[in-house]
Design a binder for this molecule. Structure first.
Ligand code: THG
Length: 269
């Protein structure tokens, strides 16, 4: 499972404040704790206005890279901010994200092709927004995968995000995600499939319980990456157990190692 740590996101109050105040230590601590908890990539979302975003992204990228060499997932729709960040990253990043929206196709896709980055593809466009059916989402995904491959990216550099919408706004919303994950896994076996897990539980009590259950169900149908909080020990436990039970953990090594390292299970005080 490729874990993209989500916590460096300026739309979160404390992070927004740290960005405004250039609180280096706060951001470094967030980066370090997510890497120690098992993140493979760190999502970087400045969440600020378009005028400030390039400077804020550069500051975030440089601050994070002073403390870890984990690759970054540049979470922005702003080509100027992305370009500034791309010129400073040490490791090949992911770009989060391109969609069927004209602005992103014209502004973001060319950057991914030029810098040969990994690329997250969102199943939405200007015409319909997020389609309510799996077929509608796949139509957009097919189009985006075609453009990315024609532009020179390998299928294995693509991370398809079928988009998770809250279960509180539609009682079949999780089912659409499962169908989409299955369809992507069948059509593009070398591509990765990721999603923002916690979207599922917006507006509901006991969110972590819902997120954990949803994660195990998504893993069963082929999810191999998640944008999530790696410091949620319970969620990480479910992730490792579900992967092991899907035959994706040789000799149960990952699960056992995480247990021995104290990363899952009850915390020893
Ligand atoms: N797909 C892709 N990228 C994404 C998303 C997605 N990037 C942004 C988002 N969704 C995933 N990232 C986060 C980051 C932080 C939080 C949730 C998702 C978070 N939320 C707190 C909560 O929900 O309770 C509230 C914020 C706070 O702490 O103030 O922390 O779907 N490709």
């Amino acid at each position: 499972m490729i874990i993209i740590g989500e916590k460096i996101n300026g739309t979160r109050k404390a992070v927004g404040l740290a960005i405004r105040e250039r609180d280096t230590e706060f951001i470094k601590q967030l980066a370090l704790s997510q890497v120690q908890a098992g993140s493979h990539y760190l999502d970087v979302n400045a969440g600020t206005s378009p005028e400030r975003e390039p400077d804020d992204m550069v500051w975030l990228v440089e601050t994070i890279q002073e403390t870890t060499d984990a690759p970054l997932c540049l979470d922005s729709a702003n080509p100027k901010a992305l370009k500034a960040a791309l010129d400073r990253v040490v490791k090949t990043p992911l770009i989060n994200s391109v969609s069927g929206e004209k602005q992103r196709l014209e502004g973001v896709l060319p950057l991914a092709l030029e810098y040969k980055t990994g690329l997250i593809l969102l199943a939405l466009d200007d015409k319909v927004g997020i389609p309510s059916t799996c077929a509608g989402r796949m139509e957009i995904v097919d189009h985006l995968v075609g453009l990315a491959k024609d532009g020179g990216l390998e299928e294995s550099q693509l991370y398809v995000d079928p988009l998770v919408t809250a279960i509180s706004t539609g009682d079949k919303n999780a089912l659409i995600t499962y169908d989409s994950i299955k369809a992507v896994a069948t059509a593009y076996p070398k591509a990765h499939i990721t999603c923002g897990l916690s979207n599922i539980s917006f507006g509901m009590p006991l969110r972590s319980l819902i997120n954990q259950t949803f994660l195990s169900m998504c893993i069963q149908v082929g999810l191999d990456s998640a944008i999530t909080d790696p410091n949620d020990r319970n969620l990480m436990g479910v992730m490792l157990a579900a992967e092991m039970l899907m035959g994706k953990d040789k000799y149960c090594q990952n699960y056992s190692r995480a247990y021995r390292a104290g990363r899952i299970g009850p915390k020893n005080i």
